[in-house]
Write a new protein. Structure first.
Lengths: 210, 484
């Protein structure tokens, strides 16, 4: 289980170091698969039947449908592979290593017990949260922002699994559905942005001020 | 029974809008539906007042706080439904909205109301999160309704900023679930958490609540997380701007209050109070700055919303019966007054085809009825007697003085005065003056006029006298939130 957590941490670094959209989406898919594996193990250890379903859903939705949907948008609007760097991948990577360190300190503070697994889960979760934010801020393409949001959500999901053995089943399903719908809706707006602004560079969305 | 019909009416209307929404008479059907919804809301409140005990039913939890928010939602939704009839008819005539799009509008309108009602009624804090996220997703289409560069930019920023905010709120929700699980409970029901709040780990609760207040505060329009708000409010289709400002912000505030009740039970009032006062006063500061320099009519109103959310937050943060009564009365008064103003702004922008307040003159000659009510609403919003917002602001101020918080009271007064001046200066000069030759006098429809009269009546009546049942409800709300 610890290895999977390390794997998730590595995918977080790979996400900020990604230079092209297909690498970003591919890494995101890998991350989703790892998360699903984690959920399976949690369920195996007696997390309850609901978590199996969540794991399967995670695999299908975040490991399959959403990456497919995002690559299709990319292909249809013929956007360039460039992510629109506001901060180079190298600097971003440095920053995210620093974030991982902060997260480690931070989860040491809020989970002061002896439970090392919880501490590592917390580290991975908060790192994902910060890395997601970083992608949203420092990558200027609308699609990259969607992925940043999803990465943040992955972090929360990880924390949820680690802390409470997941939320109540009904809530978890509802949250899942919600995330799915929100990606679809963001996708619709990516099409609109692409049509109106001839491209998906969000730095061009600067008309509204004051 | 009323509980389910409250939810079923908007659901049914949303489905009907899908089928027959493009028909020209759907606006009237919709308004009738909301008349029924409003009466449901009133019956619901009346039934509750007879036996004012909180109860759970299925997924729902109802106490006086729920009843109060449901009442506010049904009132504003009814007015917006009335106003939408004429507004959309004129948009169709000006070729800005096609028949098909008008059906789409009514579909979104009803889903939006449904999501907000759900948010105020569900017991489970996870479902509360889902409902609030749904309000974002639905209203994003109302913000991007006209599909112009401006509106799509506003909608994108709205979606992205509020999604990040809401993710932080989800983190807070999970942390609350964790805190509860440490005491042996497995549930996210507010009623369970609230009952066990005394045993929670105080540090973790504080930590979790920071995510909640930043997360839901983003949606409530508290500064400095307010940056989506002026764009979204100004670009949305006008009746939807009223819903965003009048209701959506308050729904998010409702979520903060719900968590606040748990936090106060666990760590005492100080922590919660300081955060609310901090965010509230900062919102007032930001609003005062931007209102002064504003040229765009709807953005002016948007910043004024930030001001009023700030005032309500300060009222809740001050605590005590007087401030709480004032805060909730202010919430109702602001919902009515701001909707009135956005309706007025919608009519004005429709007639003049421009947003810039410097190039709008002589509203009273072009739209006599709207102009008059807009002027009244302006003074109400600025906190002028005899309107209810004056009364509630005085209550909050008096409570601040009574507590000896002179700094808070002083800055409240200062910001409110600045905003008063700026609002009346900017928007007031549009009302009078000669009619521009290129703008012909416009017709105003009966339903729209009724919406204006309905809303103004509320703020005028509440300004002089709070009717008995509402007074009892407000006192019950104060009792519920008394811990605060």
């Amino acid at each position: 289980m610890t290895y999977i957590l390390y794997g998730i941490l590595l995918t977080a670094f790979a996400l900020v170091a990604a230079k092209r959209f297909d690498a970003l989406i591919g890494t995101f898919r890998l991350q989703a698969v790892l998360l699903a594996a984690l959920a399976f193990i949690e369920a195996w250890h007696g997390g309850g039947f609901g978590i199996y379903i969540i794991a399967v859903l995670l695999l299908i939705v975040k490991g399959g449908v959403i990456p497919y949907f995002l690559s299709r948008i990319l292909k249809e609007i013929g956007a360039s592979e460039d992510l629109g760097f506001f901060l180079t991948p190298q600097l971003s990577l440095l920053l995210s290593v620093f974030f991982a360190y902060l997260s480690w300190q931070f989860s040491g503070r809020i989970f002061p017990g002896e439970d090392l697994l919880l501490k590592i889960s917390g580290t991975a979760a908060f790192t994902l949260l910060l890395v997601g934010t970083q992608i949203m801020i420092f990558r200027l393409k609308a699609l990259a922002q969607i992925i940043g949001l999803l990465v943040m959500e992955n972090g929360i999901f990880l924390l949820g699994i680690a802390l409470a053995g997941g939320l109540p089943f009904l809530v978890e399903i509802a949250v899942f559905l919600d995330v799915f719908i929100s990606v679809m809706i963001l996708g619709v707006f990516v099409y609109r942005i692409n049509r109106l602004f001839t491209g998906i560079d969000v730095s061009r969305l600067n008309r509204l001020k004051g | 029974m009323e509980l389910y019909s409250l939810l079923l009416i908007p659901l049914f209307l949303a489905l009907a809008a899908l089928l027959i929404g493009r028909s020209r008479s759907f606006g009237a059907i919709n308004a009738l539906g909301y008349l029924a919804e409003l009466s449901c809301g009133l019956f619901f409140s009346a039934a509750f007042l007879e036996r004012p005990e909180p109860f759970t039913r299925g997924l729902f939890f109802v106490d006086s706080l729920t009843i109060f928010f449901v009442l506010v939602i049904t009132i504003v939704a009814f007015a917006a439904a009335l106003y939408s009839i004429g507004f959309l008819e004129r948009e169709r005539r000006q070729m800005k909205v096609t028949d098909k799009k008008s059906g789409y509008y009514y579909f979104l309108f009803n889903l939006f109301i449904l999501a907000m009602l759900l948010a105020t009624m569900v017991n489970n804090l996870g479902l509360l999160w889902v409902a609030i996220e749904l309000t974002t997703l639905i209203s994003a289409f109302l913000v991007g309704f006209y599909n112009t560069k401006f509106s799509v930019e506003a909608a994108w920023k709205y979606l992205i900023i509020c999604s990040v905010g809401i993710i932080l709120a989800l983190l807070g929700t999970i942390l609350f679930a964790y805190v509860f699980s440490l005491t042996g409970g497995i549930s996210l029901n507010w009623s369970d958490l609230s009952a066990a709040a005394g045993q929670f780990d105080p540090d973790l609760v504080k930590f979790a609540f920071i995510f909640i207040i930043v997360g839901y505060g983003t949606k409530a329009g508290l500064a400095p997380m307010h940056t989506w708000l002026p764009d979204a409010h100004s670009q949305a289709i006008s009746p939807a701007s009223a819903l965003l400002s009048g209701l959506l912000l308050k729904t998010a505030l409702y979520a903060i209050i719900r968590y606040g009740l748990i936090v106060v039970k666990c760590v005492g009032f100080g922590f919660f109070s300081h955060l609310m006062l901090l965010f509230g006063l900062f919102s007032l500061l930001i609003a005062a700055g931007f209102v002064l320099a504003q040229k765009d009519l709807k953005r002016l109103l948007a910043y004024s919303s930030i001001e009023h959310i700030g005032i309500i937050a300060v009222g809740i943060g001050l605590g005590g019966p007087l401030a709480l009564y004032g805060a909730f009365l202010h919430l109702l008064g602001h919902a009515a007054a701001k909707s009135l103003m956005f309706f007025g702004a919608g009519n004005i922008i429709q007639a003049y085809d421009r947003h810039n307040m410097n190039s709008i003159r002589g509203v009273i000659r072009v739209l006599p009825f709207t102009g008059l009510f807009f002027l009244a609403g302006l003074f109400a919003l600025a906190g002028f007697p005899p309107f209810s917002l004056f009364r509630s602001e005085v209550m909050i101020l008096m409570s601040a003085f009574g507590r000896g918080s002179y700094l808070i009271a002083g800055s409240l007064l200062l910001f409110m005065t600045v905003i008063f001046g700026a609002l009346v200066f900017h928007a007031g000069k549009m009302i009078f003056g000669p009619r521009p030759p290129e703008v012909p006098p416009a017709k105003e429809d009966l339903a729209g006029k009724l919406a204006f009269i309905f809303l103004l009546l509320i703020i005028v009546v509440l300004g002089v006298w709070v009717p008995g049942p509402l007074d009892r409800l407000l006192i019950l709300v104060v009792d519920t939130t008394r811990g605060i």
